[in-house]
Design a protein around this ligand. Structure first.
Ligand code: SF4
Ligand code: SF4
Length: 259
């Protein structure tokens, strides 16, 4: 049974992604792959077999010129809290290979426990999980450039964005060595946040009023993806365009948004 009471008093790491700033450049995707040793194939045209922990989607308003409009939407794992830590993927995993960490709000993936049933992939409404159909193959010499802090995954297991959890562990270690202090906002940042040239991604503790995300998530134009499903994600988006907010929340045509 999850400990529901502790959630408000502990950290809750999350992101606010400003879609008005995102240019769709894909730097966040590249940084994520490099940081987390995400495998790729020589032919990436079959997107069903591609692995992209962070994926930038292009949305359009469906109108023709001159009313046409587009928006880019970066989508990492939303680190859903559900109710009391019962994220959709966590609830269905028969191997406890994915779990909700009530100390950080991060949904983990433990590769050595995963036996590849892919229930979690079916349960995730954000398509944020990926199955390794092959063992990773790196171009000659590239294994020297892999991140030693992240284990590469083998064929037959599911993987997904971890909010660069290894960086959290490193930040905690540094803080401990420096006198057991609390980690600060700048101590722990995800690779995509740091790589975004537009400053569209802000990362921090959603529970901490001193972190930028705390205020940003209260922006009048802030919303979460498919919010009505009750997944309670920790990734917020901001868009000044109503059609984007409606599209991201899957409202039906002619349905009132309630705002
Ligand atoms: S986005 Fe998908 S994989 Fe991530 S926590 Fe939610 S249900 Fe799980
Ligand atoms: S790096 Fe920033 S601007 Fe580029 S696609 Fe990702 S979020 Fe958008």
């Amino acid at each position: 049974m999850k400990n529901e009471q502790s959630h408000e008093t502990t950290k809750k790491f999350g992101m606010v992604i400003n879609l008005d700033l995102c240019t769709g450049c894909g730097s966040c995707m590249v940084a994520c792959m490099a940081e987390n040793n995400v495998p790729f194939k020589p032919d990436e045209t079959d997107k069903l077999k591609s692995i992209t922990w962070m994926r930038v989607y292009r949305l359009t308003n469906g109108k023709s010129f001159p009313e046409t409009d587009i928006c880019y939407l970066p989508r990492p794992c939303q680190h859903c809290e559900g109710h009391g830590g019962h994220s959709p993927c966590v609830s269905v995993c028969p191997a406890t290979a994915t779990d909700y960490d009530s100390q950080t709000g991060i949904v983990s993936q433990i590769y050595t426990r995963c036996f590849g049933c892919r229930y979690c992939m079916a349960a995730c409404p954000y398509h944020a999980r990926y199955f390794n159909w092959f063992d990773p193959v790196w171009p000659d010499g590239m294994e020297k450039y892999l991140n030693p802090n992240v284990s590469p995954r083998m064929r037959g297991v599911v993987e997904k964005c971890s909010f660069c959890y290894h960086r959290y562990q490193a930040a905690k270690d540094r803080a401990y060595v420096e006198g057991q202090r609390e980690i600060e906002e700048g101590d722990y940042q995800t690779a995509c946040t740091q790589a975004c040239p537009a400053g569209a991604i802000t990362f921090g503790d959603l529970n901490n009023p001193e972190h930028a995300v705390y205020k940003l998530k209260q922006d009048a134009n802030a919303f979460r993806l498919l919010e009505r499903l009750g997944t309670n994600p920790k990734v917020y988006y901001i868009s000044s365009k109503e059609w984007v907010r409606r599209a991201a929340d899957n409202y039906l045509p002619n349905e009132k948004t309630g705002k």
